[in-house]
Design a protein around this ligand. Structure first.
Ligand code: ZN
Length: 306
């Protein structure tokens, strides 16, 4: 049963207290009720600081340990507002926008929250594409558009996979790859596309092992140079992605942070037709509990443009 607020008023009324937020997270984390990881007892007292105390063995379980809310000293109410804001901005959000919305004193806090929430947007190893899938790479950053020899200087190579649903596009997956070698490309495809899918690519040698890896590979052109647009869906996504990075993030995306932005874009794109923003909030909250915490080391940087 998916339980979420439909409107801003429902949201405000529902999550007005810490206790209400804690209860919501608890229901998402333990849908069948609390269960002690040590003794299996289902009886616990809710304690301060988001702790549960097992009635049978006295073991203490933290509601937020091992999630992106781990170690936060800020109220859950503020986190809930952040998640509501992030899912209700159709075009995506900047750290400055989030800082203003929440009234946070520190830009740095808003920036790190946003990055933490982005890691919760794509569930690793899940939501893999299937059916007919178009795959190609594109460069992000700089004015370089072609791909002679598929080498690049100072740019990031991003693998784009799009489900082909006839006239429509299905879901996408995006992955930054080290280079256009078979190892990098096939590795990224295996993470994002289910085996058995039909994959359409150009004739680049890096895609040749696809059949061997359990996919049905179809080559749409033999020469691996820019020519006719034979992979229209992938190229459409590439141009939408670049426009979004320019518009929402002023194109100021450091290569080391690109993965976060790709996750955010994927989340928004794959749910672009979702009429309920409340459902996006629900999904993001659920995934925020399912992904491991982001450490300070993963969040280096934080320049004012992010
Ligand atoms: Zn116990």
């Amino acid at each position: 049963m998916e339980d979420y607020p439909r409107t801003i008023l429902e949201f405000e009324e529902r999550f007005a207290t810490e206790e209400a937020c804690r209860q919501y997270l608890s229901n998402l984390r333990w849908p069948d009720g609390f269960c002690c990881p040590r003794c299996g007892s289902q009886q616990a007292w809710a304690m301060k600081r988001r702790l549960y105390w097992c009635k049978s063995c006295a073991y203490q379980v933290s509601l937020t340990a091992g999630t992106i809310f781990q170690d936060t000293r800020k109220p859950l109410r503020l986190w809930f507002r952040a998640m509501w804001y992030v899912t209700n901005q159709k075009q995506g959000v900047s750290a400055l926008g989030l800082q203003r919305f929440l009234g946070l004193g520190s830009y740095r806090t808003a920036w790190s929250w946003l990055h933490k929430l982005r890691t919760a947007m794509v569930r690793p190893g899940r939501d893999r594409l299937s059916g007919v899938v178009e795959v190609d790479e594109t460069y992000i950053g700089g004015a370089h558009t072609g791909k002679p020899g598929r080498g690049s200087a100072g740019k990031s190579l991003v693998l784009i996979a799009v489900e082909d649903k006839g006239k429509k596009m299905g879901r996408i997956r995006l992955a930054k790859v080290k280079d256009a070698s078979a190892c990098s490309l096939i590795g990224a495809i295996k993470k994002g596309v289910e085996q058995g899918s039909r994959i359409r690519t150009d004739g680049w040698a890096g895609y040749l092992p696809l059949n061997k890896e359990g996919y049905h590979h179809m080559t749409v052109r033999q020469e691996a140079t820019i020519g006719d647009n034979l992979l229209p869906k992938v190229h459409r996504v590439a141009s939408l992605l670049k426009r979004w990075l320019l518009g929402t993030h002023q194109g100021a995306v450091e290569s080391s942070h690109l993965d976060f932005y790709l996750d955010e874009y994927t989340f928004r794109f794959n749910r672009r037709s979702s009429r309920s923003r409340g459902k996006l909030f629900y999904r993001l909250t659920q995934q925020a509990l399912a992904v491991p915490p982001v450490t300070g080391r993963d969040l280096k940087g934080g320049d004012q443009n992010t």
